[in-house]
Design a protein around this ligand. Structure first.
Ligand code: NAP
Ligand code: MG
Length: 489
C-alpha cells in the first residue's frame, strides 16, 4: 500500500527543512507503520507564505470553478475508497467496516456538498433609505489555519477544508501527529484534482510548537480548531496578536436520556452506537446514560448484554466491530477513569479493563465499559473519550433536564421517547448545540454542527460554515451622484 509521508507545501511533497520525522504506529499492535515528515516552525512559515501567495487568485477564481475542483476531489475520494479506508483503519484503529461504510463515504459526501455550495452563497440587498443602494457581499477571510485531532482524521479534512476552500480561502492544515496518513493522501488527490499550488498545505507537526506557531501567525486570518477544551483555551490566547477569527469544536459529555415511554430495543441499540462507535472517541459520544428509573433495569439488561457481545479485534478484519483506541496514551487515560470510578465509590457494571484475548495484548484495546456513579463524580462530569459510559437514573422530566445540563459541556445530546410533546420540550431545554430524538450521532453536511459552553463556539457544516469562513462586506451607493448626500448647500 503506497503511503504518502512528506509534507504537502506549495503543491509539492517535501521533507521538513531540518529532516524531522514522526513515527506512525499501528494501534492494533503498536508496530511502526512508517515515518512521516514533521513540520517545524520554518515549514509552517513556508506553508503560510505559499497560502498567502495563492490567496488572491483563488479568491478571484469563479466560485463554480472552485466548486468543480472540490467535486472532482469528492470523485477521487470515491475512486480511492478502498485504499483510503485501509490506511485510515491501519492508522487510527477504526474497524474497516466503519471506515468503508462511514468515514470514507462521509468524506466524499462532505467535499461534494461544499463543492456544490461554492456558487450558492449569495449576498443581499438591504432596503435602506431612498436614493441609496446597500448591498452585502461575503468575502473570504484569507489564509486559514486548521488544526484537527486524531479521532476522525480523514473525515475532518473535509469538514474543515470543504467550506474554507469553497468560500475562497487558502488553507494550512495540521493533522494530529498520531494520525497523519490519510490527510497526506488527500494532498495527493488534491494535486491530482488540479488545485493550484499553495491553495492547500498539509503539515503534520507537533501541536505544542508548530501548531502554536500557526495559531499565532500574523499572516493567518482565521484559526479553526477541533480538539480538547484545554488546548482550545490556548488557541484563543494565541489568536490575540492579530485578532484572528477563531472557531472551536471542543470536548463533550453527551447526555443520552431514555424515558419510560421509549421503544427500548431501538434505544438500546442506538445508545450502544452512541458510545461504542469509534471506540467512544467522538466528541459527540453519548457518554452519560440517563435512565428513567421505571425502565432502568430492563434497559440495562439489554444494554449490558449488547456491550458484552461486541466483537473486539484487528481493525482490518471485516468482522471486527470495535478496534483499539488510537494511541496508548488514550488507552491509559481511559483505564485511569476505571480506577477513578472505584476511588469515587462507583461501580463497574461491565468492562473496565483490557480484553483477555492474548492476540490483542500489544494493542490499545479497552473493553466496552459501563459504570454507575454519582452525577457529580468526575466520571460523570469529565470527558473520557473512550468506550466508557456512566449511568444515572431519574424520575421526572424536570430532574433529567437538570441532570442533562449539569456539565460544563454542551455539544450533542439525545433522548428516546414516544411522547412527541415531551420530546420537543426536553430537546428545547437541553443546553446543547445538537439534539437527537430517537436516534444519536446523526451528522449531515447540511446541518450545523458545534457546541455551547466548554464545547466551544462557531458551527461547521451548512450555510453556517460558509458564514464562518467569510466576512460580510457592506457597500453603500448614492444612486444619484448629482445629489450630495449630506450637508446640502
Ligand atoms: P488535543 O490535544 O487538543 O489535540 C488536537 C490537535 O491540537 C492536535 O492536532 C494537536 O497536535 C494540536 N495541539 C495540541 N496542543 C496544541 C497547542 N498548544 N497549540 C496548537 N495545537 C495544539 O486533543 P486530542 O486529545 O488530540 O483529541 C481529543 C479531543 O478533541 C477530545 O477532547 C475531543 O472531545 C475533542 N474533539 C472535539 C471535536 C468536536 O468537533 N467538537 C471533534 C473531535 C475531537 P498533536 O498532534 O501534537 O497532539
Ligand atoms: Mg497511528
Amino acid at each position: 500500500m503506497p503511503l504518502q509521508t512528506k509534507l504537502f507545501i506549495d503543491g509539492e511533497f517535501v521533507e521538513a527543512e531540518d529532516g524531522s520525522t514522526i513515527t506512525v504506529l499501528n494501534p492494533h499492535d503498536n508496530s511502526e507503520i512508517t515515518q512521516v515528515a514533521q513540520a517545524q516552525v520554518a515549514d509552517i512559515d513556508r506553508a503560510v507564505a505559499a497560502a498567502k501567495r495563492a490567496f488572491p487568485a483563488w479568491r478571484d477564481m469563479q466560485a463554480a470553478e472552485r466548486g468543480r475542483l472540490l467535486l472532482r476531489l469528492a470523485d477521487l475520494v470515491e475512486d480511492n475508497a478502498e485504499e483510503l479506508a485501509r490506511i485510515e483503519s491501519l492508522d487510527t484503529g477504526h474497524p474497516i467496516r466503519d471506515t468503508t461504510g462511514l468515514d470514507v463515504p462521509r468524506t466524499a459526501f462532505t467535499y461534494r456538498y461544499f463543492g456544490g455550495m461554492a456558487d450558492k452563497v449569495q449576498g443581499s440587498v438591504v432596503p435602506v433609505e431612498p436614493g441609496f443602494l446597500n448591498y452585502v457581499t461575503r468575502e473570504p477571510v484569507g489564509v486559514v489555519g486548521q488544526i484537527i485531532p486524531w479521532n476522525f482524521p480523514l473525515m475532518f479534512t473535509s469538514w474543515k477544508m470543504g467550506p474554507a476552500l469553497a468560500a475562497g480561502n487558502t488553507v494550512v492544515i495540521k493533522p494530529a501527529q498520531v494520525t497523519p496518513l490519510t490527510a497526506l493522501k488527500i494532498g495527493e488527490l488534491m494535486a491530482e484534482a488540479g488545485f493550484p499550488p499553495g491553495v492547500v498545505n498539509i503539515v503534520p507537526a507537533s501541536g505544542r510548537t508548530a501548531g502554536q506557531h500557526l495559531a499565532e501567525h500574523p499572516d493567518v486570518q482565521k484559526i479553526a480548531f477541533t480538539g480538547s477544551t484545554s488546548v482550545g483555551r490556548k488557541i484563543v490566547n494565541y489568536s490575540a496578536g492579530n485578532l484572528k477569527r477563531v472557531q472551536l469544536e471542543l470536548g463533550g459529555k453527551g447526555a443520552n436520556i431514555v424515558f419510560d415511554d421509549a421503544f427500548l430495543p431501538g434505544a438500546i441499540n442506538g445508545s450502544a452506537f452512541a458510545i461504542f462507535h469509534n471506540q467512544g472517541q467522538a466528541c459527540i459520544a453519548g457518554s452519560r446514560l440517563l435512565l428513567h428509573e421505571r425502565i432502568a433495569d430492563e434497559f440495562l439488561d439489554g444494554f449490558l448484554s449488547l456491550a458484552g457481545s461486541i466483537r473486539l479485534g484487528n481493525p482490518l478484519d471485516p468482522d471486527t466491530e470495535m478496534g483499539p483506541l488510537t494511541s496508548t496514551s488514550q488507552q491509559k487515560a481511559v483505564l485511569s477513569y476505571c480506577d477513578i470510578t472505584y476511588q469515587e465509590g462507583g461501580e463497574i457494571l461491565i468492562g473496565g479493563k483490557r480484553p483477555d484475548d492474548p492476540g490483542l495484548a500489544d494493542g490499545n484495546y479497552v473493553e466496552p465499559t459501563v459504570v454507575r456513579a454519582q452525577p457529580e463524580d468526575r466520571v460523570c462530569q469529565e470527558e473520557v473519550f473512550g468506550p466508557f459510559v456512566s449511568v444515572n437514573t431519574f424520575s421526572s422530566d424536570e430532574e433529567v433536564i437538570e441532570l442533562a445540563n449539569s456539565t460544563e459541556y454542551g455539544l450533542g445530546g439525545g433522548l428516546w421517547s414516544r411522547d412527541l410533546s415531551r420530546a420537543h420540550k426536553v430537546a428545547g431545554a437541553m443546553r446543547s448545540g445538537m439534539v437527537w430524538v430517537n436516534c444519536y450521532k446523526r451528522v449531515n453536511p447540511g446541518s450545523p454542527f458545534g457546541g455551547v459552553g466548554s464545547s466551544g463556539y462557531g458551527r461547521e457544516m451548512g450555510f453556517e460554515a460558509m458564514h464562518e469562513y467569510t466576512d460580510a462586506k457592506s457597500v453603500w451607493v448614492n444612486v444619484d451622484a448629482q445629489i450630495p448626500p449630506y450637508y446640502p448647500r
